[in-house]
Design a protein around this ligand. Structure first.
Ligand code: DX5
Ligand code: ZN
Length: 221
């Protein structure tokens, strides 16, 4: 059973001087979640947002806060992100040698838990953790920056993950993140994606509300 398609705009492309207004815009334009890209300069070649910002967002919004932890040793911080107000937390398989421990800790802290895969990481690495997950995040760019080009092969990866989900009768949802816009949203939904993350295509558009609605309008199977 698939959930209705969700859009989770990435705050990384927002105006950081005006986050409260950006949250209002997202709510009014029909976003389902706000995607927060946390980077540590170790797992990713960039440093972005941390715990105090997530706490501030939580005070300001009732939208689902989706924290994508692109950090080394995620177990050190994952539960703190839940305590700061994250509703969903995803960690990278490549960054964690004890993924089951981290996934269990996030779940026990009360958030939905996801595992993210880099473009080069095969879905098979999830075989023995899949049943514990609420979602899988397929990266369609290499983690680090917004505004990169969509890696087309992700479509096939989503199809294979969707097939695996059906085969196992599993209920995790599939999130895809990176280079998403109104031109590729529909093919992603058709390939089995349930939740699309988009940064530049929304926040850098001449009219962000129209851009978000346009992507959402394409998110039908
Ligand atoms: C990349 C991040 C993405 C990205 C999305 O490392 O995880 O969430 O910022 O931005 P766009 O849609 O601009 O690729
Ligand atoms: Zn992300």
């Amino acid at each position: 059973m698939r959930i209705p398609p969700l859009i989770a705009p990435s705050l990384l492309s927002a105006d950081f001087m005006r986050l409260a207004e950006e949250l209002d815009f997202l709510k009014n334009a029909g976003a389902d979640a706000v995607h927060v890209d946390v980077m540590d300069g170790r797992f990713t070649p960039n440093i972005t947002i941390g715990l105090p910002v997530v706490e501030a967002l939580r005070r300001e919004t009732r939208l689902v806060i989706d924290c994508h932890l692109m950090i080394a040793e995620p177990l050190k911080y994952a539960v703190d992100f839940v305590k700061a107000g994250a509703d969903w937390v995803s960690v990278h398989q490549e960054a964690d040698m004890h993924l089951h421990r981290t996934v269990t800790a996030i779940k026990n802290a009360g958030a939905k838990v996801g595992v993210a895969l880099n473009p080069s990481t095969p879905i098979e690495v999830l075989t023995d953790i899949l049943d514990d997950l609420d979602f899988v995040l397929l990266m369609s760019v290499n983690p680090g920056f917004s505004g990169q080009a969509f890696i087309e092969r992700t479509l096939d990866k989503a199809r294979r993950l969707d097939a695996l989900r059906q085969e196992r009768g599993a209920s995790f949802f599939i999130q895809v993140d990176g280079g998403i816009n109104s031109a590729n949203a529909q093919s992603l939904i058709n390939a089995g994606a349930d939740c699309l993350v988009a940064g530049n295509a929304i926040f850098k558009a001449p009219n962000p509300t129209d851009a978000l609605r346009e992507i959402k309008a394409r998110m039908v199977g």
